[in-house]
Design a protein around this ligand. Structure first.
Ligand SMILES: O=C(O)CCC(=O)C(=O)O
Length: 186
């Protein structure tokens, strides 16, 4: 997502309540390092079930249960009702080995749970929980913004990110800048 208005609004990143929850889940030194927006249109299909870890901390033991070091925050730019194709999450799968989690979902032992969102609702989730986007059956593009927060020491260049234009960067307070880990564009 570009950091130019109208895509970027400081409220997206610096809401004090969301920040305090995310800090409570990890620590006070969290940073946002990726963000994006999924916009399924009418005719979109189910995404493959997936998790959002491109690079687990210890790739040789990806199922190792660890304290949280990545938290994903999502919110709609439009109200997202069932017909708009809300995200579906398999509850509890963040605490399960991947193979077991997939088997449980495929066998129906764990039911996917839709998460419709009103404007102002925020979904804060563990990226290791299996999830997927679902078909949008309406004519309204369904925009879901997602911001990834990580503990400051976790670095992962698994995705290209847009740079923050210098004038946007300079408009942020020192405290706001301290929560952002994105390149700056002159
Ligand atoms: O747009 C959606 O519903 C799914 C988003 C998603 O899977 C993700 O952010 O990883």
């Amino acid at each position: 997502m570009p950091f130019d208005p109208p895509c970027f609004a400081p409220q997206f990143f610096f809401d004090p309540d969301v920040r305090s929850i995310v800090q409570g889940l990890m620590d006070d030194r969290i940073v946002a390092d990726q963000w994006g927006c999924d916009v399924p249109l009418r005719g979109s299909e189910y995404q493959e079930l997936h998790v959002d870890y491109q690079r687990p901390l210890f790739p040789e033991v990806p199922d190792l249960a660890l304290p949280l070091y990545v938290v994903v925050v999502s919110f709609g730019l439009v109200p997202i009702a069932l017909g708009h194709g809300p995200i579906e999450i398999a509850p509890g799968t963040h605490r399960m080995p991947r193979a077991d989690a997939r088997r449980a979902v495929e066998a129906g032992g764990i039911a996917m749970q839709s998460v419709p969102l009103e404007i102002g609702d925020v979904l804060i989730r563990h990226p290791w929980a299996l999830h997927r986007g679902t078909p949008n059956t309406t004519d309204m593009p369904r925009a879901l913004v997602t911001i990834r927060y990580v503990r400051r020491w976790y670095a992962d260049d698994s995705r290209d990110v847009e740079a923050v234009p210098r004038r946007v960067w300079d408009s942020l307070t020192a405290d706001q800048q301290s929560v952002m880990r994105f390149p700056i564009r002159e």
